[in-house]
Design a protein. Structure first.
Length: 128
């Protein structure tokens, strides 16, 4: 496997839990990604507006101020082609179907495994 499979990719990690955010940042940075962070839905929208070069957003579903669904819908208004992957602790089939039927491109279940996270993101990159 490529040592830095996410090299050159700018992504936005939206996660309100500090320890989860730190954990995922380590994984993503080791894989070569440039990571921007948001702790709530409103901050995610602001950062996305200020950084149009973001290619992928990892969006937690349960966030303060504005949940992941609403934040993603707002971001989709000005970033039509960004890939948004929902992060959720819920593995219920109905929720998975709801995530994919909404504005998300994909989802990943928590707890997040490092290799699975990098593989999922890599699958959306050109040439993969």
């Amino acid at each position: 496997m490529d040592q830095k499979p996410l090299s050159g990719i700018r992504l936005l990690l939206v996660e309100d839990d500090a320890s989860s955010r730190l954990y995922m940042n380590k994984i993503l940075e080791r894989a070569g990604a440039s990571v921007l962070n948001a702790g709530d839905g409103m901050e995610a929208i602001r950062i996305a507006q200020e950084n149009p070069d973001i290619k992928i957003i990892l969006m937690d579903i349960q966030l303060p101020l504005l949940d992941g669904y609403a934040a993603t819908m707002k971001i989709r208004e000005f970033m039509k082609d960004v890939v948004v992957i929902a992060q959720t602790a819920y593995g219920i089939q109905g929720e998975q179907d709801e995530l994919l039927a909404s504005t998300f491109d994909d989802y990943i279940l928590k707890p997040i495994l490092p290799q699975l996270l990098v593989e999922k993101i890599s699958s959306y990159l050109p040439g993969k």
